[in-house]
Design a protein around this ligand. Sequence first.
Ligand code: UTP
Length: 290
Amino acid sequence: MKIKKAVIPAAGLGTRVLPISKSLPKEMLPIVDKPAIQYIVEEAVNAGITDILIITNRGKHVIEDHFDHSYELEDVLKSNNRSDLLKQVEGVSQLANIYFLRQKETRGLGHAVLCAKSFVGNEPFAVLYGDDVIIGQDPAIAQLCRAYEKYGLGVVGIKEVPKQDIHRYSSLKVEHLEGSLYRVSDMVEKPATEAEVLSYFSILGRCILPPEIFGILENTPLGVGGELQLTDAMKTLTQKQGMVGVDFTGVRYDMGNKLGILQANIEVGLTHPEIGNDLRNYLKELAKTL
Ligand code: UTP
C-alpha cells in the first residue's frame, strides 16, 4: 500500500533554541532562504505524499501563512515582471494539500501524533519531525516508504549517534536484515544508565506508522519528562508486530539545536547556486583567522 498521508508535528516549545523560539517557531528558522519546515514538506512531496497535516499551536500561525497565498506580494511580483520569484512564491502554496491542527497543550510528541487520528483514518501514514531536516538525493521518507511496502511493518529512520549523546536520544535493539535495513525488536527513550542502552542506533526524525498506533498511544502512560512519548508507543508496537529500521542516506540537521542550525546554513549554503562560491571564499578567509 502506498503512503499518501503525512503528519508533521511542529507544536513543541523549542526550549533548546530560546530566545528566538519565543516569537519565531523553530520550524520556521531559515536554512539560507527557506524555512526548515519547507524542506520537510518538499521531502514528503518528493516521496509521493499528497496530504500533509501540520500540528501547530498558539503562536505558530506564521507556518500557516508561509504555505498560503500571499496575494499582495504575488501582485507586486507580477506587475514587476519577476516571474522567477513569482513562481517560487506561488509554488510554496501549491506543494500539497496542507492541513493544520492545533495541539492545545504541549503534552509530547506522542500526543501530537495522537491529535492526527481523524485525519489519518485507517491507513498507514508517515511522520516527519518538524525540526529534523534531512537533505539528500533520495528523500529519506521515500526510503522508509519502500521498506514499508516491502515488509508491511511500521518503519523508523535510524542512525548511529555518538556514544556520549545516546542519553539524549532513543536507543534501539536491532538485528541486520539486508543493506540499510534492520529488524527492530525493542527500544528505550533517553536511556538513563549504561545498562539501559540497547545499541547506539537511534530513531532520527522519520517514521511510518500503522493506524494501530493510535489505540496504543491512547493506552500509553506518560513517560520521560511527564510527556506522552511516541517512542513508548512504538516500543509496544515493536513488541506486538516488530518494526523495520532504515539507516537512511542523507544528512540530517537538528534545527532544534543551536549548532545544528548553523551547520545546516553553512553546509546547504555552500551548495547554493547564488551564494555558494562567495560563502566558500568567505569561510576560507575566516578559517585563516581561527
Ligand atoms: P522535540 O522534543 O525535539 O521538540 O520534539 P521540543 O519539545 O520543542 O524541544 P525542546 O526540548 O523544548 O527544545 C520533536 C518534534 O515534535 C514536536 C516538535 O515541534 C518537534 O518538531 N512536538 C513536540 C510537538 O508537536 N508537540 C509536543 O508536545 C512536543
